[in-house]
Design a protein around this ligand. Sequence first.
Ligand SMILES: [Zn+2]
Length: 670
Amino acid sequence: MKQYILCALLAAACFCAAAQPAPVFNRSPLAGTEYAALPIGAVAPEGWLLDQLQRMRDGLTGHLDEVYANCVGDRNAWLGGDGDTWERGPYWVDGLLPLAYILKDPMLIAKAKKWADAIITLQHEDGNIGNTVDRPEELGIQRDRALDPWPRMVALKILKQYYEATGDERVLSTLKAYFRFQLSDLPKNRLDKYSNWGKWRVSDNLDTVYWLYNLTGESFLLELGELLYSQAIPFTEMFQDPDGLLPYHFYHCVNLGQGLKTPVIHWQYSLDPREKEAPKKALEHIRHTTGIPTGLWAGDEKVHFGDPTCGSELCTAVETMYSAEEMLRVTGDIFWADYLERVAFNALPTQSTDDFMGKQYFQQLNQIAVTRGSRNFVNDNDASMLVYGDMSGYACCTCNQHQGWPKFTRNLWYVSRDGGLAAFVYAPCRVNATVRGGIAVEIREETAYPFREDICFTVNFAGKKVKSAAFPLSLRIPAWCKGAEVRIAGQEPLKAEAGSIVRLDRVWKKGEQVILHLPMEITTAQWYDQAIAVERGPLLYALRMEENWTRKSFTPEEQKIYGEGYWEVTSPSPWNYCFSLKTLEEKDCFRFEELPLEGAYPWNLEHAPVRILARANRLLGWEEYRGNTGPVAYWRWGPAGVKETGAEETVVLIPYGCTTLRISEFPIRP
Ligand SMILES: [Zn+2]
């Protein structure tokens, strides 16, 4: 059997962590993937990304067991306690664990390892994992459905990552026993016996099954893969049918984010090209129906047509990012890198407070007041769905948000089958890996991307004697980028085509630098009812509004579920701006300005490192309605009423991810 493991080339573990396992490529008959993930910790964040992860360490990710002790503390059933049996504890650790090993933080590692150890040591004799006894519900903790395979799928992600960080061999035997249990149990007790979640979210289960197969080569795992897939939602058919994704089918926004990757994960076994392309087909349909400019879709408990006042759940952002990361690695299709950046740099940063102690359950594209009270979409908790708090809204996001940035960090680099390295997603970092000929390489990636256009890679070698080495370095040119250049000292700049991979297979000298120049142009795109969104490179821009943050308390009764308090955000700034069609056609409608990079944290009003000055008009009569921007015709052609718009003004747009209150879909007038 032909193996796609680069044993000879990569057997030497990377020099930064000797115990870590080597990257693993697909084993036959699975599709021969070109790229493989590096061990967790091989990519170390720097610059703004390091600052972000440190905020998570000091914020909720590092302290959720204290803040939400009654659920993810020592009483949690996954730790052997009498408490919660459901997804929340595993959700948290699914993000805590990679954060801990990326930052190499002993305190966080101890917290994460406790969960991995418990999942392993508490495994049942029949191979099942986790608590199997229903318990009465209290304190809003979900304790029933103890046999549901769904929360176990999250636990599988934890074990896989724990192995990828440490090489702890116990993971392999635990997973093997659990998968044998699933093979005998699922024909009797289907994925959807206890809840609907499993059949929507089975790709996380399937992904881990194939991962173990690549390590062990045991054929029962492929058999289990087919069994799991046969009980899943038929995503491929759903994604190929233009009607399949419309809101009247009533499906949950997060399930779509998680399920998006299912056809691609299964394609590795089926090799059916329809499955490989199905998620892209889905996004084409979504773009013109439920889609919103952050790359996601309007959705709460169900999906809606993409009105910019509809909500978008934080779990959708992080789960969709994970789906994009998996599809990028499996297919090597850089479409998914562009897509990942769109979600990561726009949807993700705005939904957390700067100190990472508060999150927002739902965000709105046009969001003019983050206050308590109902909005015009479905939700679990009218009272606090928009405000920022540790527990406000619904606690799935409190626990699940942590996987976003750590997994993004890990996926900045892959090893390639040709013995090289590939950078497909960009952020400041440093990668340590072994390349062709067993050479240990360190590449430093210095950049303020996505706020700047240049990325500088500096190649170094771990061994003092190594002065040069030949290996390919693959870089992504985003589809939005015209006029990209690759610059190496002493050589003619290399022009690179938008949407391509530049493969630099050459001898690299110690200390040699490559500068990737990615020019960004201001563009506009039409969205809901032909409203206009303004973009530049990977960033969506939105109207800058002043923010007044007010801390408030929940009532004693509410505090039992939603924590002590929350932040409301309001603004005195006018927001009802539109663009005139005539002005949009003029060259100076938008003027880009670079601002100084002050401090490491760019994702707020004070530190937004770029802005666009735009010529806009107030749209008179566009007023607030129940806390939202009121109903309006986003597009109007023909002669405008004389008084419909005010005089032209210059307004400031900043990156959407830096805003809390904003307009990001603007009406158009003649
Ligand atoms: Zn959630």
